[in-house]
Design a protein around this ligand. Structure first.
Ligand code: 13P
Ligand code: SF4
Length: 372
């Protein structure tokens, strides 16, 4: 067991060389801050593009040039020619943007604390240390697939072992790609997205959730299953329960229920639709006036959709119990102002720069996804 050694090498914040918010930016008047953000943006012009994930706070998405899911934002980053890409999102998203943007572009993640806990549940160091255990249990070929919500070194690991990256909108295609090249899939880190994808492909009886740190997995179980899922999950989406769907149907019989595929299997089964944050956004955009949509994902997106589509009744699936993502919340407007004003002064703060060796291989895994 190598956990003790690994613990010393894993950090909560992947880029702990990034800077904290200076005291002068900690208590700002909201109106004054808005004025200063606008002034800095006017000064920086086309040098800067701001990308905002659907889960970002209102004060961030209101300044974003593009708002979208993690896949759309990486594509926007790739297409942008701005010198600075300010990423309103979490570390793994900023890393992917750094990998696919040109070398002369810099990706800035305003807050160093915006790290997705699920991405930290399967770090390359951990996966590498148990890969031998997995592959020793079977003579069949295992292809690793990692969810976009993972760090660059895990993406690199997947590329090295013949695998690729996927997002919540193309996981089934990625599984099919892998089964054309191997016999088994190791999917990580999200066991719920993995379970939901296996169901879509009729592989639910061939699926094992594997906790590599528990010593009780019988190697026979690995041999007998074709889809091996890493024991990881998103704590925001795990919170949704099938009885939340029942309750919303009781109170709003006309409601359409749409949930993210990071939700548990029973929640997805109880819902009417499942999709990425971009699919959820499109469903509400395309709704007829007067329709009701209950949204099973991070609370900020439900709130944005409610604000953006006053003709549609938008309900958070579990009411006040719906959670915001603590990692996404770390990007606050004070940080945004700070990194912008620093750029005006010619200083680059909190640049995410992936190690070039890992970046090259991670790019291969991302390219395989983009070619699906
Ligand atoms: P999307 O790829 O659907 O935007 O989801 C990212 C995410 O972090 C969901 O929790
Ligand atoms: Fe990570 Fe969940 Fe937050 Fe998405 S919502 S960034 S998976 S913790």
């Amino acid at each position: 067991m190598q956990t003790a050694d690994l613990d010393t090498d894993l950090s909560l914040f992947k880029y702990d060389n990034l800077s904290q918010l200076p005291p002068a930016y900690r208590n700002l008047d909201a109106e004054d801050r808005e004025r200063r953000i606008e002034a800095a943006l006017a000064e920086l012009g086309d040098d800067v593009v701001i990308l905002g994930h659907n889960y970002q706070r209102r004060e961030i998405v209101e300044h974003a040039d593009f708002i979208g899911d993690s896949y759309q934002l990486s594509k926007e980053a790739a297409e942008s020619d701005a010198e600075y890409v300010i990423f309103g999102g979490v570390t793994f998203m900023a890393e992917s943007a750094d990998i696919i943007t040109d070398d002369d572009q810099q990706v800035i993640l305003p807050s160093m604390e915006a790290s997705c806990p699920m991405a930290g549940m399967a770090e390359a160091l951990q996966v590498d240390s148990v890969w031998a255990k997995l592959t020793a249990a079977t003579e069949e070929t295992v292809i690793p697939i990692c969810y976009m919500n993972s760090y660059a070194d895990l993406k690199a690991f997947c590329a090295e072992h013949g695998g690729l990256v996927c997002t919540s909108s193309n996981a089934a295609d990625a599984f099919e790609w892998a089964f054309e090249r191997g016999d088994k899939v190791l999917f990580l880190p999200d066991k719920h997205l993995g379970t939901n994808t296996a169901h879509d492909l009729g592989l639910e009886d061939d699926t094992l959730v594997w906790d590599p740190w528990a010593d009780d997995t019988d190697p026979k179980e690995i041999r007998e299953n074709d889809v091996i899922l890493w024991e990881g999950y998103c704590q925001v989406h795990e919170r949704f329960r099938a009885d939340h769907v029942e309750a919303v149907r009781e109170d709003h019989p006309e409601a359409n229920v749409i949930v993210h595929p990071e939700c548990r299997r029973e929640v997805v089964e109880a819902a009417d639709r499942v999709g990425s944050t971009a699919d959820i956004t499109r469903a509400v955009e395309n709704a007829d006036p007067g329709e009701t949509w209950a949204i099973g994902t991070e609370i900020h997106l439900a709130n944005h959709l409610d604000r953006w589509h006053p003709d549609v009744e938008v309900l958070p699936l579990c009411g006040d119990a719906c959670m915001d993502c603590n990692a996404m919340r770390q990007i606050d407007p004070n940080y945004l102002l700070w990194v912008l004003e620093e750029l005006v002064e010619g200083h680059e703060q909190n640049v995410i720069s992936v190690d070039p060796a890992a970046a090259d291989r991670a790019e291969t895994a991302l390219d395989r996804m983009l070619e699906l």
